[in-house]
Design a protein around this ligand. Sequence first.
Ligand SMILES: *Cc1c(COP(=O)(O)O)cnc(C)c1O
Length: 382
Amino acid sequence: MSERWSHASRLVQTGTGRDDKTGAISFPIHPSATYRHPGVGQSTGFDYTRSGNPTRQILEEALADLEGGARGLAFASGMAALTTLFLHFSSGDHLILSEDLYGGTYRVLDQIFARFGLQASFVDTTDCDKVAAAITGQTRALLVETPGNPLLGIADLEALGRLCRRHDLLFIVDNTFLTPLLQRPFDWGADIVVHSATKYLGGHSDLCAGALIARDPDLGEELYFLQNSTGSILPPQDCWLLMRSLKTLPVRMERHCVSADRLARWLNEQPQIRQVYYPGLPDHPGHELMKRQATAFGGMLSFRVDTPQRARRVLERLRLISFAESLGGVESLITMPAVQTHGDIPEEERLRLGIDETLLRLSVGLEAVEDLIADLERALAD
Ligand SMILES: *Cc1c(COP(=O)(O)O)cnc(C)c1O
Protein backbone atom coordinates (compact mmCIF):
# COMPACT_ATOMS: atom_id res chain seq x y z
CA MET A 1 0.00 0.00 0.00
CA SER A 2 1.19 3.50 -0.80
CA GLU A 3 3.65 5.03 1.65
CA ARG A 4 2.14 8.45 0.94
CA TRP A 5 -0.86 7.71 3.11
CA SER A 6 -0.89 7.92 6.87
CA HIS A 7 -1.44 4.85 9.03
CA ALA A 8 -5.01 5.98 9.66
CA SER A 9 -5.79 5.89 5.94
CA ARG A 10 -3.90 2.65 5.30
CA LEU A 11 -5.64 0.91 8.20
CA VAL A 12 -9.09 1.96 7.02
CA GLN A 13 -8.21 0.60 3.57
CA THR A 14 -7.09 -2.82 4.89
CA GLY A 15 -8.23 -5.39 2.32
CA THR A 16 -10.38 -2.87 0.44
CA GLY A 17 -10.67 -3.83 -3.23
CA ARG A 18 -8.05 -6.56 -2.85
CA ASP A 19 -10.46 -9.27 -4.04
CA ASP A 20 -9.99 -8.90 -7.81
CA LYS A 21 -13.00 -11.06 -8.70
CA THR A 22 -15.58 -8.93 -6.88
CA GLY A 23 -13.92 -5.66 -5.85
CA ALA A 24 -15.33 -6.26 -2.35
CA ILE A 25 -14.81 -3.37 0.07
CA SER A 26 -14.70 -5.82 2.97
CA PHE A 27 -12.24 -8.57 2.06
CA PRO A 28 -13.95 -12.01 2.02
CA ILE A 29 -13.43 -14.76 4.58
CA HIS A 30 -11.88 -17.81 2.93
CA PRO A 31 -12.75 -20.81 5.10
CA SER A 32 -11.37 -23.38 2.64
CA ALA A 33 -8.87 -25.74 4.24
CA THR A 34 -7.35 -26.70 0.90
CA TYR A 35 -7.06 -25.49 -2.70
CA ARG A 36 -7.27 -27.04 -6.18
CA HIS A 37 -3.99 -27.17 -8.02
CA PRO A 38 -4.17 -25.93 -11.65
CA GLY A 39 -1.76 -28.70 -12.71
CA VAL A 40 1.03 -30.91 -11.46
CA GLY A 41 3.71 -28.82 -9.81
CA GLN A 42 1.48 -25.73 -10.02
CA SER A 43 -0.16 -23.69 -7.27
CA THR A 44 -2.51 -20.70 -7.06
CA GLY A 45 -0.22 -19.51 -4.28
CA PHE A 46 -2.44 -21.29 -1.78
CA ASP A 47 -2.20 -25.03 -1.07
CA TYR A 48 -3.33 -25.69 2.49
CA THR A 49 -4.70 -23.22 5.02
CA ARG A 50 -2.08 -23.81 7.75
CA SER A 51 0.59 -22.82 5.23
CA GLY A 52 -1.30 -19.90 3.74
CA ASN A 53 -4.81 -18.45 3.59
CA PRO A 54 -5.97 -15.45 1.51
CA THR A 55 -7.78 -13.75 4.43
CA ARG A 56 -4.81 -14.29 6.75
CA GLN A 57 -2.44 -13.00 4.09
CA ILE A 58 -4.26 -9.66 3.85
CA LEU A 59 -4.22 -9.35 7.64
CA GLU A 60 -0.55 -10.29 7.91
CA GLU A 61 0.40 -7.73 5.27
CA ALA A 62 -1.54 -5.07 7.19
CA LEU A 63 0.21 -6.02 10.46
CA ALA A 64 3.65 -5.82 8.83
CA ASP A 65 2.78 -2.49 7.21
CA LEU A 66 1.40 -1.04 10.45
CA GLU A 67 4.48 -1.98 12.47
CA GLY A 68 6.89 -1.16 9.65
CA GLY A 69 8.41 -4.65 9.39
CA ALA A 70 9.14 -7.01 6.50
CA ARG A 71 6.84 -9.85 7.60
CA GLY A 72 3.76 -10.19 9.77
CA LEU A 73 2.34 -13.44 11.09
CA ALA A 74 -1.06 -13.90 12.73
CA PHE A 75 -1.49 -16.41 15.56
CA ALA A 76 -4.34 -17.95 17.55
CA SER A 77 -3.39 -15.88 20.61
CA GLY A 78 -0.61 -13.73 22.00
CA MET A 79 0.71 -16.77 23.87
CA ALA A 80 0.68 -18.81 20.64
CA ALA A 81 2.81 -16.06 19.05
CA LEU A 82 5.22 -16.01 22.01
CA THR A 83 5.42 -19.82 22.19
CA THR A 84 6.25 -20.02 18.48
CA LEU A 85 8.86 -17.30 18.96
CA PHE A 86 10.50 -19.19 21.84
CA LEU A 87 10.80 -22.26 19.57
CA HIS A 88 13.36 -20.22 17.64
CA PHE A 89 15.78 -20.88 20.53
CA SER A 90 17.52 -24.09 21.59
CA SER A 91 18.30 -25.96 24.77
CA GLY A 92 21.07 -24.15 26.64
CA ASP A 93 20.16 -20.73 25.25
CA HIS A 94 19.45 -17.93 27.71
CA LEU A 95 16.86 -15.16 27.41
CA ILE A 96 16.57 -11.93 29.38
CA LEU A 97 13.08 -10.55 29.96
CA SER A 98 11.43 -7.65 31.76
CA GLU A 99 10.47 -8.60 35.33
CA ASP A 100 7.40 -6.32 35.07
CA LEU A 101 5.96 -8.71 32.47
CA TYR A 102 2.75 -10.35 31.34
CA GLY A 103 2.20 -13.30 33.74
CA GLY A 104 1.59 -15.81 30.93
CA THR A 105 4.97 -15.09 29.34
CA TYR A 106 6.61 -15.78 32.69
CA ARG A 107 4.59 -19.00 33.11
CA VAL A 108 5.35 -20.50 29.69
CA LEU A 109 9.09 -19.99 30.20
CA ASP A 110 9.20 -20.94 33.89
CA GLN A 111 6.97 -24.02 33.71
CA ILE A 112 7.29 -25.28 30.13
CA PHE A 113 10.36 -24.07 28.22
CA ALA A 114 12.57 -24.54 31.31
CA ARG A 115 11.91 -28.29 30.98
CA PHE A 116 13.51 -28.13 27.52
CA GLY A 117 16.58 -26.35 28.81
CA LEU A 118 15.75 -22.80 27.69
CA GLN A 119 16.99 -20.50 30.47
CA ALA A 120 15.34 -17.20 31.34
CA SER A 121 16.23 -14.31 33.65
CA PHE A 122 13.71 -11.66 34.62
CA VAL A 123 15.32 -8.31 35.30
CA ASP A 124 14.39 -4.68 35.77
CA THR A 125 14.60 -3.53 32.14
CA THR A 126 14.02 0.11 33.16
CA ASP A 127 17.68 -0.10 34.28
CA CYS A 128 20.08 -0.77 31.36
CA ASP A 129 22.94 -1.62 33.72
CA LYS A 130 20.91 -4.44 35.25
CA VAL A 131 20.17 -5.80 31.76
CA ALA A 132 23.86 -5.61 30.80
CA ALA A 133 24.84 -7.39 34.03
CA ALA A 134 22.47 -10.27 33.23
CA ILE A 135 24.07 -11.04 29.83
CA THR A 136 26.02 -14.32 29.75
CA GLY A 137 27.83 -16.20 26.99
CA GLN A 138 24.59 -18.13 26.38
CA THR A 139 22.29 -15.11 26.11
CA ARG A 140 20.54 -14.97 22.74
CA ALA A 141 17.76 -12.41 23.17
CA LEU A 142 16.18 -9.66 25.23
CA LEU A 143 12.39 -9.38 25.47
CA VAL A 144 11.06 -6.09 26.79
CA GLU A 145 7.60 -4.87 27.68
CA THR A 146 7.37 -1.10 27.92
CA PRO A 147 5.30 0.21 29.60
CA GLY A 148 5.65 -2.70 32.02
CA ASN A 149 2.76 -4.74 33.29
CA PRO A 150 1.20 -3.93 35.73
CA LEU A 151 3.47 -1.19 37.13
CA LEU A 152 3.97 0.75 33.88
CA GLY A 153 7.74 1.15 34.21
CA ILE A 154 9.42 2.56 31.09
CA ALA A 155 12.43 0.88 29.44
CA ASP A 156 14.81 2.87 27.23
CA LEU A 157 14.32 1.21 23.83
CA GLU A 158 17.15 3.05 22.11
CA ALA A 159 19.72 2.18 24.79
CA LEU A 160 18.55 -1.43 24.97
CA GLY A 161 18.64 -1.67 21.17
CA ARG A 162 22.28 -0.54 21.23
CA LEU A 163 23.11 -3.01 23.99
CA CYS A 164 21.55 -5.85 21.97
CA ARG A 165 23.52 -4.94 18.86
CA ARG A 166 26.77 -4.79 20.82
CA HIS A 167 26.17 -8.28 22.25
CA ASP A 168 24.57 -9.72 19.11
CA LEU A 169 21.25 -10.37 20.89
CA LEU A 170 17.87 -10.54 19.23
CA PHE A 171 15.87 -7.55 20.49
CA ILE A 172 12.19 -8.38 20.99
CA VAL A 173 9.54 -5.90 22.11
CA ASP A 174 6.05 -6.83 23.28
CA ASN A 175 4.19 -3.78 21.98
CA THR A 176 0.72 -4.87 23.14
CA PHE A 177 0.15 -1.94 25.53
CA LEU A 178 0.82 0.85 23.03
CA THR A 179 0.38 -0.51 19.50
CA PRO A 180 2.61 0.75 16.64
CA LEU A 181 0.50 3.90 16.45
CA LEU A 182 2.05 5.13 19.72
CA GLN A 183 5.41 3.34 19.83
CA ARG A 184 7.51 2.02 16.96
CA PRO A 185 10.07 -0.48 18.30
CA PHE A 186 11.74 -1.04 14.89
CA ASP A 187 12.83 2.63 14.96
CA TRP A 188 14.84 1.82 18.11
CA GLY A 189 16.54 -1.30 16.78
CA ALA A 190 14.04 -4.04 17.62
CA ASP A 191 14.24 -7.21 15.51
CA ILE A 192 10.85 -8.68 16.39
CA VAL A 193 7.64 -7.12 17.71
CA VAL A 194 5.07 -9.22 19.55
CA HIS A 195 1.38 -8.44 20.08
CA SER A 196 -1.49 -9.89 21.93
CA ALA A 197 -4.04 -8.74 19.33
CA THR A 198 -6.69 -9.79 21.85
CA LYS A 199 -6.05 -6.37 23.37
CA TYR A 200 -5.96 -3.03 21.50
CA LEU A 201 -5.56 -4.37 17.95
CA GLY A 202 -8.76 -6.42 18.34
CA GLY A 203 -10.13 -3.81 20.69
CA HIS A 204 -13.61 -5.18 21.45
CA SER A 205 -12.96 -8.05 23.89
CA ASP A 206 -14.47 -10.46 21.35
CA LEU A 207 -11.39 -11.98 19.75
CA CYS A 208 -8.30 -13.91 20.85
CA ALA A 209 -5.34 -13.37 18.53
CA GLY A 210 -1.61 -12.73 18.46
CA ALA A 211 1.02 -11.44 16.08
CA LEU A 212 4.74 -11.52 15.39
CA ILE A 213 6.32 -8.96 13.10
CA ALA A 214 9.92 -9.34 11.93
CA ARG A 215 11.94 -6.39 10.70
CA ASP A 216 14.08 -8.52 8.44
CA PRO A 217 12.70 -10.85 5.71
CA ASP A 218 15.03 -13.77 6.58
CA LEU A 219 14.03 -13.73 10.22
CA GLY A 220 10.40 -13.41 9.05
CA GLU A 221 10.84 -16.53 6.92
CA GLU A 222 12.30 -18.44 9.88
CA LEU A 223 9.32 -17.43 12.07
CA TYR A 224 6.97 -18.46 9.25
CA PHE A 225 8.72 -21.85 9.13
CA LEU A 226 8.06 -22.26 12.86
CA GLN A 227 4.43 -21.15 12.51
CA ASN A 228 3.76 -23.46 9.56
CA SER A 229 5.53 -26.38 11.26
CA THR A 230 3.76 -26.08 14.61
CA GLY A 231 0.42 -24.72 13.40
CA SER A 232 -0.89 -22.09 15.83
CA ILE A 233 -2.37 -19.95 13.04
CA LEU A 234 -5.27 -17.51 13.40
CA PRO A 235 -8.43 -18.98 11.76
CA PRO A 236 -9.81 -17.07 8.73
CA GLN A 237 -12.99 -15.87 10.48
CA ASP A 238 -10.90 -14.31 13.23
CA CYS A 239 -8.48 -12.85 10.67
CA TRP A 240 -11.42 -11.05 9.12
CA LEU A 241 -12.64 -9.78 12.49
CA LEU A 242 -9.18 -8.49 13.38
CA MET A 243 -8.90 -6.71 10.02
CA ARG A 244 -12.28 -5.11 10.68
CA SER A 245 -11.04 -3.95 14.09
CA LEU A 246 -7.78 -2.51 12.77
CA LYS A 247 -9.72 -0.01 10.67
CA THR A 248 -10.80 1.90 13.79
CA LEU A 249 -7.56 1.51 15.77
CA PRO A 250 -6.39 5.13 15.34
CA VAL A 251 -9.64 6.69 16.62
CA ARG A 252 -9.85 4.19 19.45
CA MET A 253 -6.27 4.79 20.61
CA GLU A 254 -6.72 8.53 20.57
CA ARG A 255 -9.69 8.35 22.89
CA HIS A 256 -8.13 5.68 25.17
CA CYS A 257 -5.17 8.02 25.76
CA VAL A 258 -7.22 11.16 26.44
CA SER A 259 -9.51 9.38 28.90
CA ALA A 260 -6.65 7.56 30.69
CA ASP A 261 -4.83 10.85 31.19
CA ARG A 262 -7.93 12.46 32.63
CA LEU A 263 -8.61 9.50 34.95
CA ALA A 264 -4.98 9.30 36.11
CA ARG A 265 -5.06 12.96 37.13
CA TRP A 266 -8.40 12.54 38.89
CA LEU A 267 -7.26 9.40 40.77
CA ASN A 268 -4.09 11.20 41.82
CA GLU A 269 -6.20 13.64 43.84
CA GLN A 270 -8.33 11.12 45.71
CA PRO A 271 -7.51 10.61 49.42
CA GLN A 272 -8.04 6.80 49.27
CA ILE A 273 -5.36 6.42 46.57
CA ARG A 274 -1.77 5.82 47.70
CA GLN A 275 -0.17 5.93 44.26
CA VAL A 276 -1.11 6.20 40.60
CA TYR A 277 1.09 4.51 37.99
CA TYR A 278 0.61 6.27 34.68
CA PRO A 279 3.58 7.39 32.55
CA GLY A 280 1.62 10.46 31.41
CA LEU A 281 1.85 11.95 34.90
CA PRO A 282 4.80 14.38 35.03
CA ASP A 283 6.18 12.81 38.24
CA HIS A 284 6.25 9.29 36.78
CA PRO A 285 9.94 8.24 36.65
CA GLY A 286 9.63 7.24 32.98
CA HIS A 287 7.68 10.32 31.85
CA GLU A 288 10.47 12.16 30.00
CA LEU A 289 11.85 8.98 28.46
CA MET A 290 8.43 7.95 27.19
CA LYS A 291 7.91 11.40 25.65
CA ARG A 292 11.00 10.70 23.55
CA GLN A 293 10.15 7.18 22.41
CA ALA A 294 6.34 7.20 22.14
CA THR A 295 3.78 9.65 20.80
CA ALA A 296 1.29 9.21 23.66
CA PHE A 297 1.06 7.44 27.02
CA GLY A 298 -1.57 4.81 26.28
CA GLY A 299 -4.80 3.73 27.91
CA MET A 300 -3.47 1.60 30.78
CA LEU A 301 -2.94 2.74 34.34
CA SER A 302 -2.57 1.10 37.74
CA PHE A 303 -3.26 2.49 41.16
CA ARG A 304 -2.75 1.50 44.77
CA VAL A 305 -5.51 2.05 47.31
CA ASP A 306 -4.97 2.37 51.07
CA THR A 307 -6.10 -1.14 52.11
CA PRO A 308 -6.75 -4.57 50.54
CA GLN A 309 -10.32 -4.31 51.89
CA ARG A 310 -10.84 -1.11 49.90
CA ALA A 311 -9.45 -2.77 46.75
CA ARG A 312 -11.93 -5.64 47.09
CA ARG A 313 -14.79 -3.26 47.76
CA VAL A 314 -13.93 -1.20 44.67
CA LEU A 315 -14.04 -4.33 42.49
CA GLU A 316 -17.42 -5.33 43.93
CA ARG A 317 -19.00 -1.88 43.73
CA LEU A 318 -18.05 -0.78 40.21
CA ARG A 319 -20.99 -0.93 37.80
CA LEU A 320 -19.82 0.60 34.51
CA ILE A 321 -16.23 -0.66 34.75
CA SER A 322 -16.17 -4.46 34.59
CA PHE A 323 -14.11 -6.49 37.04
CA ALA A 324 -12.49 -8.72 34.41
CA GLU A 325 -9.10 -9.76 33.05
CA SER A 326 -7.72 -8.48 29.77
CA LEU A 327 -7.35 -4.94 28.47
CA GLY A 328 -7.50 -2.79 25.38
CA GLY A 329 -11.21 -3.18 24.66
CA VAL A 330 -13.77 -0.45 24.10
CA GLU A 331 -15.17 -1.47 27.52
CA SER A 332 -13.30 -0.37 30.66
CA LEU A 333 -11.90 -3.34 32.58
CA ILE A 334 -10.30 -3.50 36.02
CA THR A 335 -8.27 -6.32 37.57
CA MET A 336 -6.31 -7.17 40.67
CA PRO A 337 -3.06 -8.41 39.10
CA ALA A 338 -1.88 -10.19 42.29
CA VAL A 339 -4.70 -12.74 42.08
CA GLN A 340 -5.42 -12.72 38.33
CA THR A 341 -3.00 -11.87 35.53
CA HIS A 342 0.09 -12.27 37.73
CA GLY A 343 -1.20 -15.05 40.01
CA ASP A 344 1.38 -17.52 38.66
CA ILE A 345 4.35 -15.43 39.74
CA PRO A 346 5.64 -16.76 43.11
CA GLU A 347 4.31 -14.68 46.04
CA GLU A 348 7.73 -13.57 47.27
CA GLU A 349 8.67 -12.35 43.81
CA ARG A 350 5.30 -10.61 43.36
CA LEU A 351 5.59 -8.76 46.66
CA ARG A 352 9.16 -7.72 45.84
CA LEU A 353 7.80 -6.15 42.63
CA GLY A 354 4.99 -4.44 44.57
CA ILE A 355 2.16 -6.50 43.09
CA ASP A 356 0.03 -6.94 46.22
CA GLU A 357 -3.70 -6.89 46.97
CA THR A 358 -3.93 -3.10 47.14
CA LEU A 359 -2.88 -2.75 43.49
CA LEU A 360 -5.54 -2.47 40.79
CA ARG A 361 -4.97 -2.22 37.04
CA LEU A 362 -7.42 -0.29 34.92
CA SER A 363 -7.84 -0.52 31.15
CA VAL A 364 -9.57 2.73 30.31
CA GLY A 365 -12.28 2.16 27.72
CA LEU A 366 -14.26 4.44 25.46
CA GLU A 367 -17.20 5.21 27.77
CA ALA A 368 -17.74 8.89 28.61
CA VAL A 369 -14.92 9.75 31.01
CA GLU A 370 -17.32 11.60 33.34
CA ASP A 371 -19.23 8.33 33.79
CA LEU A 372 -16.02 6.42 34.51
CA ILE A 373 -15.07 9.00 37.15
CA ALA A 374 -18.53 8.83 38.73
CA ASP A 375 -18.32 5.01 38.85
CA LEU A 376 -14.90 5.11 40.55
CA GLU A 377 -15.96 7.88 42.93
CA ARG A 378 -18.88 5.80 44.20
CA ALA A 379 -16.77 2.64 44.45
CA LEU A 380 -13.99 4.37 46.39
CA ALA A 381 -16.30 6.02 48.94
CA ASP A 382 -16.22 4.76 52.54
C1 LIG B 1 -2.49 -10.59 27.05
C2 LIG B 1 -1.04 -10.41 26.82
C3 LIG B 1 -0.27 -11.45 26.26
C4 LIG B 1 -0.87 -12.80 25.93
O1 LIG B 1 -1.81 -12.70 24.90
P1 LIG B 1 -3.10 -13.67 24.72
O2 LIG B 1 -3.74 -13.13 23.52
O3 LIG B 1 -3.92 -13.53 25.98
O4 LIG B 1 -2.58 -15.04 24.58
C5 LIG B 1 1.06 -11.20 26.01
N1 LIG B 1 1.62 -10.01 26.31
C6 LIG B 1 0.91 -9.00 26.86
C7 LIG B 1 1.57 -7.72 27.16
C8 LIG B 1 -0.44 -9.17 27.13
O5 LIG B 1 -1.14 -8.17 27.69
